[in-house]
Write a protein that binds this ligand. Structure first.
Ligand SMILES: [Mn+2]
Length: 226
């Protein structure tokens, strides 16, 4: 992706329909025109205000980009199987989408159509970064992973003990991801370099919504309740 001259790339973790927290996070970030906000996916399901999340993100225009989460993946699978069927907007494993009107549902689906499953870039110090919802297997580029693997925690099946990806990931790329509260926070490799950063800090469970500045490796968090 093209980086603005002095622009910062902020990546926000799982929003899950928490529109108030998103509004407070955007206030805290005070994005400048050259900055961007990227989402690690799981934007709308489980939480109280999916449509208010959508309108806030759309208002960012070209400053916003996202990767699909497992809930968007499941929703779009169903929409592709049954074009026009907007009655059932559940996410993965029956995750609820708070009720929204028919026109709003159409708007939400149109927003998600064609969204990517990964994004990538290069930090100013030359370290490449990947943004995915859940995982990248060691030795693979995200483009070599299936959509299903990218939105769920994948296991290294060829390694003894079949560890999950984050237990084996040594970089050098920085993988920014969401999906798993238990994996939130930074991870360093044996050389001390940051090689993964989990951003699901449990907002929809009453905890925090977190964004990471990729260039500066610092986070800003806001609580679920003001
Ligand atoms: Mn998820």
């Amino acid at each position: 992706m093209e980086e603005g001259a002095a622009g910062l790339t902020w990546i926000v973790g799982d929003i899950h329909g928490c529109a108030d927290a998103l509004a407070r996070l955007l206030d805290a970030l005070s994005l400048r025109p050259q900055d961007r906000l990227l989402s690690a996916g799981d934007l709308f399901h489980r939480g109280p205000e999916p449509y208010a999340v959508l309108t806030q993100l759309k208002s960012l225009g070209q400053q916003f980009a996202m990767v699909m989460g497992n809930h968007e993946w499941a929703l779009m699978q169903r929409v592709q199987d049954q074009p026009g069927a907007l009655e059932d907007l559940q996410g993965d494993n029956g995750a609820v989408l708070a009720p929204i009107g028919h026109a709003q549902a159409q708007e939400l689906i149109a927003f998600l159509e064609g969204q990517p499953y990964f994004l990538e870039g290069i930090r100013r110090d030359g370290q490449p970064w990947y943004l995915v919802h859940a995982s990248v297997l060691p030795g693979k580029h995200p483009s070599e992973m299936t959509e299903f693997e990218l939105v769920r925690l994948s296991r290294c099946r060829e390694v003894s003990g079949k560890p999950t990806w984050h237990e084996a990931w040594q970089g050098p790329e920085l993988v920014v991801f969401g999906h798993a509260q238990s994996l939130s926070g930074p991870k360093r490799n044996a050389k001390g370099a940051y090689v993964a950063w989990g951003l699901d800090t449990g907002c929809v469970y009453g905890k925090e919504l977190t964004a990471l500045c990729v260039e500066e490796l610092r986070t800003v968090s806001v609580p679920y309740q003001a």
